[in-house]
Structures are given as structure tokens and as C-alpha cells.
Design a binder for this molecule. Structure first.
Ligand SMILES: [Zn+2]
Ligand SMILES: [Zn+2]
Length: 317
């Protein structure tokens, strides 16, 4: 645990995913305790978090406010647990209708989800692995029952600090970053990561053009007077503009590579194998597929690519 500013702590918590840890942020001041993101509902995560709180003389029920950057399991997993102990949980309004509902009423999306994979060429046997992964993840996610909504531009007073809500869709529809304007500190969630490019995926329940959203969010972040950004994973990002430019260039390059595979019609699943040829487990293949599909739909909605089907095959326009 690290104190980033007086009363603002970064708590790294282990997660059983390739990213290894998720960074939570704790605000303590004015007799108030707030947690930004919550980690996944595993014994290890809960234990780590409990120890970190104890170091500050706190226990779980002291957390009265939970702010969530987005609905992904590593950030949202314990939100319902804290709500059950009396915390108010906040999520962006866009997340309430989609990402949050995905956990709260999984059956509402199940059929659509499998349909999306099948319509885009995913073989049945690959789907089994994906189903298994999702079922396992669900056991570790405790959705809040009555989360409250955040809107872009909201100014929150949390434990003696003021946070501006910055809606940054792309990695998730209702992803938000929190900007401490007076300190020039951005709590970026997964909108910017130091070492990897945040996954930008098209799923059955997302907005139609996540990559376009993501690039627009990068434009917004580039404009903010940020001194340093702290993200949901990995280390700090001291040069936000430089990181934004790198991520933009990365997606441009991936789009160009994708276009070279589109001389003959191919499904998103086939293309994801071309673009991510490395050996990946079921969750990894699922992310590779969703990211490839996001890039394909970006090109299609920009008029560079067409598709026929289902099963959908994409080719250069
Ligand atoms: Zn995420
Ligand atoms: Zn994350």
C-alpha cells in the first residue's frame, strides 16, 4: 500500500488473471472512508484488502462509499459485499443499464451472447471453454442491488477531496475516470494503462462502436491538465499525453494489419486467430475475439469494410 497524497492510498490486490493485480484507491479524511473499485470476490483478494484496511485502523464496514470505474469483475466484484455492509455504491449511468445488468440478470444476455459468438464464426467447442470461464467468474462477482448513478461532469466531495467524473467509454461503455482537479491527479481506471493496451471489445451488450468511443475518450484525456495518472493496473503514468499517443498509434497499426487480412471474406473468429496467433486460454481467446470484432465493426461503420452473413464474413469494401 502506498500513500499517493495525504489521505489517498493505492492498494494493490491480487487477481487470478494475467494482469496479476488490480489497484484500488482508498480515500480517508473528514471522518469518511471511500473506496474506488473493489477487486474480485476471492478469498485472497478479500484477505489482502482486509489487511490493508487494518493497517489504516479500518475494517470493512468503515467503507461508506464505493466508487466504481466500470463493471469488470476485477473492479466491481466485491461491490455488493460492501453494499451489504452499508456502503453506497456508485456507477456511471451507462453502466447501470448494461454492464451492471449483465451481472445482475445474466439470463437476460445469455442468449444474445452466444448468438454473437456463433454468428461471428466461433466454433462450438471454443464456446464451451468460454461458458465455463464465465460461470466461474460469476461465482466471484457480487453485484450491488441498488447502485447509484454517476454522470459525466459530476463533482463529488469524497473524504475531503473533490473528484470530477470523466466519462471515458471504450474499454467499457460506462467507464469513468476520476479527476482530482486541484491536485492534477487522474484515477484512470482501465482507460489508460502503463504497460498494456486496455482491451477494447465488442460484446453482446455493448454500444455499437467501442473503438470509436475509446479513441474519443483518449482525445478527452489528452486535454486534461494531468500531472500524473494512476491506473487500475500497473504503475503510474507520468506523461498522459505521450501514453495517449502511443495507444492511438497502437490501434491505428492494428487496424492496418487487420485490413491486410481482408482480401478474402473471413469471420471475426478466424481473423482473431490471425491477429492473435499466440497460444491463449479460453478467456484470452474471448478477449482476442471481442477486440478483433471491435476493430472490424469500426472499419465497417467507417465504410472501409463490408460483411455478409450470418455467419458474418468481413471483406474490404
Ligand atoms: Zn476493465
Ligand atoms: Zn481491470
Amino acid at each position: 500500500m502506498k500513500e499517493l497524497l495525504p489521505g489517498l492510498y493505492q492498494i494493490p490486490v491480487p487477481i487470478p488473471y494475467p494482469l496479476k493485480t488490480v489497484n484500488l484507491y482508498l480515500f480517508k479524511g473528514n471522518g469518511e472512508v471511500a473506496l474506488l473499485d473493489t477487486a474480485l470476490g476471492t478469498k485472497t483478494a478479500r484477505g489482502t484488502l482486509e489487511l490493508s484496511l487494518a493497517e489504516l485502523g479500518l475494517c470493512f464496514p468503515d467503507v461508506k462509499t464505493v466508487l466504481l470505474t466500470h463493471h469488470h469483475p476485477d473492479h466491481y466484484g466485491l461491490a455488493g459485499f460492501f453494499e451489504g455492509l452499508g456502503a453506497r455504491v456508485y456507477l456511471h449511468e451507462e453502466e447501470l443499464g448494461r454492464g451492471h445488468r449483465f451481472w445482475l440478470q445474466p439470463e437476460a444476455f445469455e442468449e444474445q451472447s452466444w448468438r454473437l459468438f456463433l454468428d461471428h464464426g466461433t466454433p462450438e467447442e471454443a464456446l464451451w471453454g468460454i461458458r465455463e470461464t464465465m460461470a466461474k467468474t460469476r461465482e466471484r462477482v457480487h453485484p450491488p442491488q441498488n447502485p447509484l448513478s454517476l454522470r459525466d461532469g459530476d463533482l463529488l466531495e469524497v473524504a475531503g477531496r473533490r473528484l470530477r467524473v470523466v466519462w471515458t467509454p471504450g474499454h467499457a461503455d460506462g467507464h469513468v475516470a476520476f479527476f482530482l482537479e486541484e491536485e492534477g491527479v487522474l484515477l484512470a481506471g482501465d482507460a489508460l494503462l502503463e504497460r498494456v493496451s486496455p482491451n477494447v471489445g465488442l460484446w453482446a451488450y455493448t454500444r455499437e462502436n467501442p473503438l470509436k468511443d475509446f479513441l474519443a475518450s483518449l482525445d478527452r484525456l489528452e486535454e486534461l491538465p494531468v500531472r500524473v495518472a494512476y491506473a487500475g493496473h500497473f504503475g503510474p503514468i507520468p506523461h498522459v499525453r505521450k501514453r495517449v499517443q502511443e495507444l492511438r498509434a497502437h490501434h491505428q497499426e492494428r487496424l492496418e494489419i487487420l485490413a491486410t487480412h481482408l482480401d478474402t471474406p473471413k469471420t471475426a473468429w478466424e481473423l482473431s486467430l490471425n491477429l492473435f496467433p499466440q497460444e491463449l486460454d479460453a478467456p484470452g481467446r474471448r478477449f482476442a475475439f471481442a477486440e478483433t470484432l471491435a476493430h472490424l465493426e469500426y472499419l465497417r461503420l467507417e465504410g472501409h469494410v463490408r460483411r455478409e452473413g450470418p455467419p458474418y464474413r468481413y471483406f474490404r469494401a
